[in-house]
Design a protein around this ligand. Structure first.
Ligand SMILES: NC(=O)C1=CN([C@@H]2O[C@H](COP(=O)(O)OP(=O)(O)OC[C@H]3O[C@@H](n4cnc5c(N)ncnc54)[C@H](O)[C@@H]3O)[C@@H](O)[C@H]2O)C=CC1
Ligand SMILES: O=C(O)[C@@H]1CCC=N1
Length: 279
């Protein structure tokens, strides 16, 4: 089977997520000459061009079509709000390409209508740690996508970190809640731990170093340990000790409920986006 390093990969939209995926692909040895970026923003195009990638002006439909026709895999990486307007004018350009949409909430029924029903379509929900190849991505393939084409999509997305397939498209809303949006939950926790560390007398540098290393160490430990997160938590928590004092506040303020409510709101918003910007 072909590997991505011999294939032309085009990105429609060259923003944060596309840049993250491109960084991962470059780190895995993808030649710049086989990477193509379609963008409206001239500065971003110039940056990609300076790195040796092929660039295309999205304001020119023929340019966009040219990129699509050259590509074996096309990643749709524009905002959900504009994806319909991006796809409809180039509907007659698709052939054998595998198309991966990373647009949050936009369902394959809508995408298939704007791309054409014959297009090999995969949906992906990545997250921003993709920028350092530590991402987590949920993938869903539509019925017409062969095993080999799924492998291809998986290779492209695994340049950004872990990938995991779901067999029910509806679960991508849940993936958004648990990983797509979730880096923000952890950053929020870090922001507030650092601010409180400063209130307790540490310098910002000290508080930042200690909070970040603790987040990293905890995640690494949870990943490698045979214990569940609940068991690991219990092992930190001495009876009547300092950790118990902290956890009791979290329990009293129903932090478990806050986390659940936040994830449910995220999942719901993903559903709303699919209603608002779907067909
Ligand atoms: N940022 C995140 O954490 C995640 C984002 N996503 C999805 O990834 C997609 C891209 O998000 P970001 O990279 O964060 O946004 P972004 O705003 O950084 O990138 C979008 C890019 O599309 C370009 N663009 C706008 N109109 C265009 C057109 N007509 N043709 C070509 N390019 C055009 C913009 O100039 C911009 O560079 C969205 O659909 C979002 O839902 C998915 C998972 C995580
Ligand atoms: O907030 C958003 O809508 C996007 C999708 C997942 C992460 N960021």
């Amino acid at each position: 089977m072909a590997t991505t390093t011999s294939l032309n990969i085009a990105f429609i939209g060259g923003g944060n997520m596309a840049s993250a995926l491109i960084a991962g692909l470059l780190a895995k040895g993808q030649p710049t000459t086989l990477l193509h970026v379609v963008e409206t923003n001239a500065e971003k195009l110039a940056d990609f061009q300076a790195k040796g990638l092929n660039t295309y002006d999205a304001n020119n439909i023929d340019d966009t079509k040219h990129a699509i026709e050259k590509a074996d895999v096309v990643v749709l990486a524009v905002k959900p709000q504009v994806i319909k307007d991006v796809l409809l004018p180039v509907k007659d350009s698709w052939g054998e390409q595998v198309v991966i949409s990373i647009a949050a909430g936009i369902g394959t029924d809508s995408l298939a209508e704007w791309l054409g029903p014959q297009v090999k379509l995969v949906r992906a929900m990545p997250n921003t740690p993709a920028m350092i190849q530590m991402g987590a991505t949920g993938l869903y393939a539509t019925a017409g996508v062969s095993e080999a084409e799924q492998q291809l999509a998986q290779q492209v997305m695994s340049a950004a970190g872990l990938v995991l397939w779901v067999d029910d498209e509806d679960l991508l809303h849940a993936v958004t809640a648990i990983s797509g949006s979730a880096p923000a939950y952890f950053f929020y926790m870090l922001e507030n731990m650092i601010a409180t560390g400063e209130k307790l007398g540490l310098t910002q540098t000290q508080a930042t170093a200690l909070a970040m290393q603790t987040a990293l160490g905890s995640a690494q430990m949870a990943l490698t340990s045979h214990d569940t997160p609940a068991e690991l938590r219990r092992k930190v928590t001495s009876p009547n000790g300092t950790t118990q004092a902290a956890i009791e506040v979290m329990d009293d303020k129903k932090m478990h409920q806050i986390i659940a409510d936040a994830m449910l709101a995220c999942e719901q918003r993903s559903r709303e986006l699919s209603q608002a910007f779907g067909k």
